[in-house]
Design a protein around this ligand. Structure first.
Ligand SMILES: C[S@@+](CC[C@H](N)C(=O)[O-])C[C@H]1O[C@@H](n2cnc3c(N)ncnc32)[C@H](O)[C@@H]1O
Length: 207
């Protein structure tokens, strides 16, 4: 039987209600460091990480309505007060609504690889989006990326290298919520580990 998904207005941000740069203190009802997951899927990472870091405010950006609704229901059932979710395109959201120097960490785990060459331009990790990520990071803020896709990982490294005067590579440590043998503990990582695919990770800090 299909799971009945509930809407939780305290979790779900409505993209249509946004007008100009957002105010995280207002959104979370408290000050605090902000972490954003881009392409949060079913919110497995957000759910577990938000429990291990209750002092951090987490925002998940997810474009797919199906995953977004599942994630809202899931976070709402757990009554986590430090997670918000928005259904929108991350590139547009960053450019239009994220203030400068407002985010401590961007988590980008298993972004859609768009393997066909003619689709590479759809990949999220490109120079224009890196520019936005850097604008929105606080000084010493970090970007953490994991993928199973070797060619996308090469693109990610090339894009980061083009901005290496503004970045420093740091060690990619497993997230606090990851299980033994995992880097980040997302659904896609679990699926790919079962298939014994290699996982590529990189973390950089804004200097
Ligand atoms: C391969 S899934 C990975 C989900 C999750 N991070 C994980 O590791 O299990 C990629 C997710 O990113 C979402 N996505 C892709 N492009 C996006 C964009 N531009 N803005 C927001 N979400 C996006 C997709 O809808 C999908 O849920």
């Amino acid at each position: 039987m299909a799971r009945i998904l509930k809407d939780y207005p305290s979790v779900a941000l409505n993209a249509e209600d946004l007008d100009g740069k957002i105010d995280f203190v207002q959104i979370f009802g408290r000050p605090g460091l902000v972490h954003i997951e881009i392409g949060s899927g079913k919110a497995t990472f957000l759910l577990h990480q938000a429990m291990t870091q209750p002092q951090v405010n987490f925002l998940g950006i997810e474009r797919s309505g199906k995953f977004y609704r599942y994630a809202v229901d899931r976070i709402g059932r757990w009554a986590l007060s430090n997670v918000r979710l928005i259904r929108t395109d991350a590139a547009r959201f960053l450019a239009d609504f994220l203030p400068d120097s407002s985010v401590e960490c961007f988590h980008i785990y298993f972004p859609d690889p768009w393997p066909k060459k003619r689709h590479h331009k759809r990949r999220f990790f490109c120079l224009a989006n890196l520019e936005q990520l850097l604008r929105c990071l606080i000084p010493t803020g970090t970007i953490r990326i994991a993928t199973d896709h070797a060619s996308y990982f090469e693109q990610i490294q090339r894009v980061l290298t083009a901005q290496d005067h503004r970045l420093e590579e740091i060690e990619f440590l497993p997230t606090a919520s990851a299980n033994q043998g995992e880097w980040v503990g997302t659904n896609f990582e679990r699926k790919y580990l079962k298939e014994q695919r290699p996982i590529y990770t990189i973390a950089v800090m804004k200097t």
